[in-house]
Design a protein around this ligand. Sequence first.
Ligand code: PGA
Length: 253
Amino acid sequence: MTRKPLIAGNWKMHKTIKEAEELATGIRSQLQGFEKVDIVLCPPFVALHNVYKVIKNSTIKLGAQNTFWEKEGAFTGEVSVPMLKDCGCEYVIIGHSERRKYFAETDNMVNCKIKTALAEGLKPILCVGETLQEREANKTIDVVSRQLQGGLESIDESGISKIVIAYEPVWAIGTGRTATPNQAEEVQKFIRDWIKNTYSSAIASGIRILYGGSVKPENINELMKEDDIDGALVGGASLSVASFVNIVKNSIT
Ligand code: PGA
C-alpha cells in the first residue's frame, strides 16, 4: 500500500502569537496547493486558534502538542480535547518524550489521552522511543514495545487506523545527532510488525510511522527512502519557513 507522507512541525514552547502567525503565513504561502504530503503544524496552545485562522481553507492541518484526558472539570492548567477541536485541531501529539521526561507522563496516561482523543475525533500522533542509555543497554525494542503495548492498550482496529505513530529516539531529539536511516528503519519496521501481529497486515500496511529526531532538509530524503518511514515529526527545523518548506519538498522520494 502506498502511504501518503506526513510531515508535522512540533514548535514546542516557541513563538508568540504574532511570530506563530508569521511562520504559518510563510509556510502556507510556499506550500499552497502542495498536495503530495500531508502537513500538520503544532504550535503552542495559546497560538492554536490564530494559526488555524491562517491555514484554514488550505491543505495544511492543525495539531496540538498535548492534551488532558478528561473533557472538562476542575483540572487547573489543563486543556481538553473538545477545547482543541474548538481551536481547529485535527491532530494531537501524545506521549512526546519531553512530556514523559519532564512531566512524568506514563504509558497509562498516554493511553487515557489517546482514548479521549479518539472518542472525540482527534487523530493522535503517538510518540515512542528509547533514551541513549536504553539503546546502549540493548533495550530499544523492549522499551518501544512496552510503550506501544501500554499506549495502545484496548485500542481497537477502528481506533488504531486513525493513529499516527512517531518513532523518536530520545538521543536524537534536539541534539543534531540524527539516527541513520538504517537505525531508524530497524525500529520503524519493528513497530510495523508489532502492529501487524497485534492487529492485522492490512492495518499495518496502512498506518503511518514517522521518524523524529534532528530531521533537517539535508537528511529527510535519505530517511524517506526507507520502507517504513512515512514522514517526520520535526522540532527545531520546523521553526523557520525555509527549513520546514524544504523538509516537506525534499520528503518526496
Ligand atoms: P528535533 O525535535 O527535530 O528538534 O530533534 C523533534 C521532536 O522532538 O519532535
